[in-house]
Ligand binder design. Structure first.
Ligand code: SF4
Ligand code: FE
Length: 485
C-alpha cells in the first residue's frame, strides 16, 4: 500500500494510542475531537489530492528506493525539478485548506537527515544512512505522516545545552544500552504532532564536544512508551465546539501545534541517525531549516491566495470592487504574495545535488525567501483587514443570526449589496478574521514570523553567505583599485 486514501489515513490515526492532552484532559484521538479534527482534515487533504489524477504529477513521485509511486511528502528530492514541484504542491494545498497542512516538516526532515547521515557515516564509519534508508522504506511503503521535530525549549539562551541549570531543556541521551538509547527532553511548537504516525527528532542548534549527549537524531512511533503531547491553545479554538460553522471562519480545516515530551523513551539502534557526532549538528540544522524556509515560499503563498480572494470578495459584497484604491490594494497584495512564490521557486531551481544523492535547495535564496515571509504576510493581512472593514471584528455571532427575534435585525442591518445574502458576507468576513486574527493566524501570520526559525536566524545565514569580500572586489575592480594588502 504505497498510497493510502484519506479515509484510510483517518482510520490509521484513530487506531494509534497517541497520548494527547488539551485543556488539562486526555483526548481520545485527533480524529474524533472537534478542536483537533480540522487540523487532521488538512493533513487528510495531502492524501485526498494524491488520489486525484489531475494532481498526480504534483502530489506523487517515484521512489528512488523502490520505483513505486509514493506521496511526494515521503519523497527524497532527486532534482531541482522535484524541489519546484514540492513548492507548487504546497501552494496547491494552502489554496485547498487555507491552513497549515503539517506534513512538510517530515518531508524536510527526511531530506536533511538523508544527506547528513551519509556524511556522518563517511566520517565515522557509522551505519546511520542504512538505518535511515530502512526507516524511509517503511514510511514510503505505509504512506505515513512523520512529524519532524527540531525545536528544543532551550532554557537560558546564553547557555550551552550541557550547561543549563536543568539538563533536560535540550533533548538528550540519558542512557546508552547495547540495544539502543534512552532519551529525555521535549520538542516545542510541534506542527501536526497529533496527526502523525511517527516523530523524527533532530538537534536544534550547533553543538560543542561537551554537548555530545544532545547531538542525537532518531525516530520513534508517536505513540511510543514515554511520548506524550500537550496541545497549544489557539485563538478562537473553542468556537469549533459551538453549534454552526460560520464563526469558525474556516469551517473544515485548521492546523495544530503541541509541546511533545519524551519522558525516558527507548530508541532501538536501527532507529538512530546521529548519536554524539556533534560536528554534524550544524549542517543538519541548516539543511532542515533551509528546506523548511523553502517550504514557506509555497504554503504561505497558497494561504495568501485564499486571503486575497477573501478580501476581493468582501469588496465585491460591499459593492466597491471597481474603486481604484481597492484595486490597487489587491494588486499590492498579489505583488507581495507572488514575490514570496518567486523566492520559493528560485531557491528550488538553484538547488544542487548532495553527496548522498538528493537535491538540496540554494541555502542563501531559501533564507531570503523566509526572511521575506517574516514580513509580507503581515502587510497582506493588513491590507485584507483594510478591505474587510471593522465589521470583521464586530459582527454578531452565528447564534444571533439564527435567533428568530434577533436574526432579522442582523440580516437587515448588516447587509451589503442587496443581491448578496448577509450570511455570505459574514462568512467571508469570518474567514478573513480566521486568517488574520483567529486560529489560522497561527499558521499564516505568527508562523510566518517564527516558523522555520525566527527572522534573526535567517539573517545570520544571509550574512554568512553574502560574500561581502567578493562584492568589495567587484567594486574595486570596476574603478581599478588594487587589492588591500
Ligand atoms: Fe507545511 Fe507551511 Fe505548515 Fe510548515 S507551516 S508544515 S511548510 S504548511
Ligand atoms: Fe511551520
Amino acid at each position: 500500500m504505497a498510497l493510502m486514501t484519506g479515509e484510510q489515513y483517518v482510520e490509521s490515526i484513530r487506531a494509534l494510542h497517541t497520548r494527547i492532552y488539551m485543556f488539562g484532559k486526555q483526548i481520545a484521538n485527533a480524529a474524533d475531537d472537534p478542536i483537533l479534527r480540522p487540523s487532521l482534515n488538512s493533513v487528510k487533504m495531502t492524501y485526498d489530492l494524491a488520489q486525484d489524477p489531475q494532481y498526480q504529477d504534483l502530489m506523487t513521485a517515484t521512489s528512488h528506493l523502490t520505483g513505486e509511486r509514493i506521496n511526494r511528502f515521503c519523497h527524497i528530492h532527486q532534482s531541482p525539478d522535484d524541489l519546484v514541484k514540492k513548492v507548487n504542491m504546497q501552494r496547491l494545498l494552502g489554496q485547498k485548506t487555507g491552513a497549515c497542512f503539517q506534513r512538510c516538516v517530515g518531508l524536510d526532515a527526511f531530506n536533511a537527515v538523508y544527506a547528513t547521515a551519509y556524511e556522518v557515516d563517511k566520517a565515522h564509519g557509522t551505519h546511520y544512512f542504512e538505518n535511515f534508508e530502512k526507516f524511509l522504506r517503511y514510511v514510503q511503503e505505509k504512506d505515513l505522516v512523520v512529524d519532524g521535530a527540531m525545536t528544543d525549549p532551550k532554557g537560558d539562551r546564553s547557555v550551552a545545552p550541557h550547561a543549563q541549570a536543568d539538563k533536560d531543556l535540550f533533548l538528550r541521551v540519558v542512557e546508552r544500552r547495547p540495544d539502543g538509547i534512552v532519551v529525555r527532553g521535549a520538542k516545542a511548537h510541534q506542527t501536526g504532532a497529533s496527526n502523525s504516525h511517527e516523530i523524527l527528532v533532530m538537534p536544534t542548534q550547533a553543538m560543542k564536544p561537551e554537548d555530545k549527549d544532545y547531538a542525537v537524531a532518531f525516530s520513534v512511533p508517536i505513540d511510543a512508551d514515554g511520548v506524550f503531547m500537550i496541545v497549544g491553545r489557539q485563538s478562537c479554538d473553542t468556537r469549533k465546539t459551538e453549534p454552526g460553522t460560520m464563526d469558525r471562519g474556516n469551517p473544515t480545516f485548521g492546523g495544530m501545534e503541541a509541546l511533545v515530551i519524551f519522558d525516558d523513551v527507548f530508541v532501538p539502534n536501527d532507529r538512530i541517525f546521529l548519536n554524539g557526532e556533534t560536528e554534524f549538528a550544524t549542517v543538519l540544522v541548516e539543511r532542515f531549516a533551509s528546506y523548511h524556509r523553502q517550504s514557506y515560499g509555497g504554503c504561505k503563498v497558497g494561504v495568501g491566495d485564499v486571503l486575497i480572494g477573501a478580501a476581493a470578495t468582501a469588496a465585491d459584497y460591499n459593492g466597491v470592487p471597481k474603486a481604484s484604491h481597492i484595486k490597487d490594494k489587491l494588486i499590492e497584495m498579489t505583488h507581495l504574495n507572488e514575490t514570496l512564490y518567486c523566492c520559493g521557486v528560485a531557491c528550488s531551481a538553484a538547488g544542487h545535488m548532495t553527496e548522498a544523492g538528493n537535491c538540496m535547495v540554494d541555502t542563501l535564496l531559501a533564507n531570503v525567501c523566509k526572511q521575506n515571509v517574516t514580513r509580507y504576510p503581515y502587510e497582506i493581512a493588513r491590507l485584507a483587514e483594510d478591505l474587510a472593514g471593522g465589521l470583521m471584528v464586530t459582527c454578531p455571532s452565528e447564534a444571533d443570526l439564527r435567533d428568530p427575534e434577533l436574526g432579522p435585525y442582523v440580516d437587515k442591518y448588516l447587509k451589503g449589496r442587496a443581491d448578496v445574502p448577509t450570511e455570505d458576507r459574514l462568512r467571508i468576513l469570518r474567514l478573513i478574521e480566521n486568517l488574520t486574527l483567529g486560529a489560522a493566524a497561527v499558521g499564516y501570520r505568527t508562523e510566518s514570523l517564527h516558523g522555520a526559525g525566527s527572522p534573526q536566524a535567517q539573517r545570520i545565514i544571509i550574512s554568512r553567505q553574502s560574500d561581502l569580500e567578493g562584492k568589495k572586489k567587484l567594486a574595486k575592480d570596476i574603478v581599478g583599485l588594487k587589492e588591500d594588502k
